[in-house]
Design a protein around this ligand. Structure first.
Ligand SMILES: Cc1cc2nc3c(=O)[nH]c(=O)nc-3n(C[C@H](O)[C@H](O)[C@H](O)COP(=O)(O)OP(=O)(O)OC[C@H]3O[C@@H](n4cnc5c(N)ncnc54)[C@H](O)[C@@H]3O)c2cc1C
Length: 435
């Protein structure tokens, strides 16, 4: 059968965000197509995601969305609308967040969590050895680089406390999750084209008319959605959609380390997600007895923003710095001679908060700037983008009167103006992967 050349909506990208948007649109009755230059769903940034589900963000809207995400992942089969052959595991082990000077001893975070109604328990300093057996619980802040003569120095003061959030954990396989959403899209009538690159986006009289792909050629559509992850900036250029005073995005290179899990007499040294701003890292258990270590972008590190999508894939001193920071917290950590882990990109906005919005060009929408922290929210991003796209196409003036989106499980309304391209840079942000 000849492939169709006209759709109601074309999504550029079949990562977790693009697939979730297509699912919501297809369920609303739109004839959708996802075009991706990769070979299958979730082969971009999504495939490298640490896939941590955690409810603490620095803004009320970010926290409300992320808390809601826990329920979406808990009710995965319901969300998909079918029972997949391979089970996706949501390890809802919870998250421990250490107090640190960098997060102002969690004062603001706790108050937002209370406002949103996110459950958490306070962990007193004296209880921490039970939570983190074998850990060195002294303060090392500020995080330093290993070539800094003061690396590892401490005045000896203990970490003052922590909070534990039971509604969190991590997803075993972010690529599998995306493939399962893509299957749900097909069940809802949506289409995919892989190994095909979008080369041009077309408009006439200020309205989207379609796009041209390397293999498929011209495709007609009145709606195009940029969900191109680290390539989002260049896709926006194709549409001529970016204005200097809008929130913009650019790719950031990041490394993630795997090391053998430190052991304690009580078993594995870490059984949940740990956010350790005092050392500038986050950690979680990884399969095959490993510990995953990622960066919280401490002030001492120079961030590697890129001007193109070509990037060095071999591991560097960033790996070494992260592993040594983890070894400050877990002195029994074995530092392997051979670096294990990977380098990957995510697209970061000026305030590390995504742009889920329309654009100045009618019919062109963006779900970009996911800033290393939106895998968890993908099922909700699908819903809020579907709501936004349908409302705007039906005449809603979202720029003037920002739309609200009701979160299905918690019943809270989120103001979508928080994700507008026109917003002032949100100074409440952590300006890090924590959002
Ligand atoms: C190392 C790392 C750790 C992370 N950890 C977490 C975490 O713990 N928790 C969390 O919530 N989030 C995390 N994230 C962030 C999360 O993974 C991303 O926010 C999310 O996966 C982004 O999905 P996406 O669909 O927007 O992008 P992608 O998965 O990159 O998908 C975009 C797709 O667009 C395609 N594309 C681009 N340009 C074109 C074009 N011109 N034509 C056709 N196709 C095109 C690409 O091939 C790609 O498949 C992490 C990310 C990374 C990299």
């Amino acid at each position: 059968m000849a492939e169709r050349s006209a759709y109601d909506a074309v999504v550029i990208g079949a990562g977790v965000i693009g697939c979730a948007i297509a699912l919501d649109l297809a369920r609303r009755g739109f004839r959708t197509l996802n075009v991706d230059r990769g070979p299958a769903p979730g082969h971009g940034s999504t495939s490298w995601s640490a896939a941590i589900i955690r409810p603490y963000y620095s803004t009320t809207d970010g926290t409300a969305l992320a808390y809601e995400a826990h329920f979406a992942w808990q009710n995965w089969t319901e969300y998909l609308g079918y029972r997949p052959d391979s089970a996706l595991h949501y390890n809802d082990c919870g998250c421990l967040v250490l107090e640190a000077a960098e997060n102002r001893q969690l004062a603001g975070t706790r108050s937002i969590m209370r406002e949103v109604g996110v459950p958490f328990t306070d962990v007193a300093a004296g209880e921490l050895p039970e939570w983190l057996p074998g850990a060195d619980l002294r303060q090392f802040s500020p995080a330093r680089r290993i070539d800094d003569p003061q690396f590892g120095e401490t005045a000896g003061d203990p970490i003052t406390g922590a909070m534990f959030c039971p509604t969190g954990g991590y997803i075993s396989d972010p690529q599998l999750a995306t493939a399962q959403i893509a299957h749900a899209v097909e069940q809802a009538g949506g289409h995919f084209r892989f190994n095909d690159t979008v080369l041009a986006i077309h408009q006439s009289a200020g309205k989207i008319t379609g796009l041209t792909c390397a293999n498929s050629g011209l495709i007609h559509a009145p709606i195009v959605i940029n969900a191109a992850g680290p390539a989002s900036r260049w896709v926006n250029d194709l549409a001529g959609a970016h204005q200097p005073d809008h929130i913009s995005t650019r790719p950031l290179r990041q490394e993630v380390a795997y090391v053998p899990m430190p052991q304690s007499p009580q078993g594995p040294g870490l059984r949940f997600v740990l956010t350790d701003a005092d050392c500038g890292i986050y950690m979680r258990p990884e399969q095959s007895g490993h510990l995953l270590i990622g960066s919280l972008e401490p002030a001492c590190d120079t961030l590697e923003y890129l001007d193109s999508e070509d990037f060095e894939t071999s591991l560097s001193e960033q790996w070494t710095n992260q592993v040594w920071r983890a070894a400050l917290r877990f002195p029994d950590l074995g530092i392997p001679n051979t670096a294990q882990g990977f380098a990957a990109l995510y697209d970061v906005s000026e305030d590390w908060i995504p742009v889920y919005d329309r654009s100045d060009l009618d019919g062109y929408f963006t779900a970009i700037g996911t800033s290393g922290n939106q895998f968890k929210n993908a099922p909700l991003v699908g819903g809020l983008m579907g709501h936004l796209i349908e409302s705007v196409m039906n005449g809603a003036d979202h720029d003037r009167t920002p739309l609200q989106f009701r979160l299905p499980a918690t019943g809270r309304d989120v103001g979508l103006g928080a994700f507008s391209r026109l917003r002032p840079i949100n100074r409440a942000s952590s300006f890090s992967v924590l959002g």
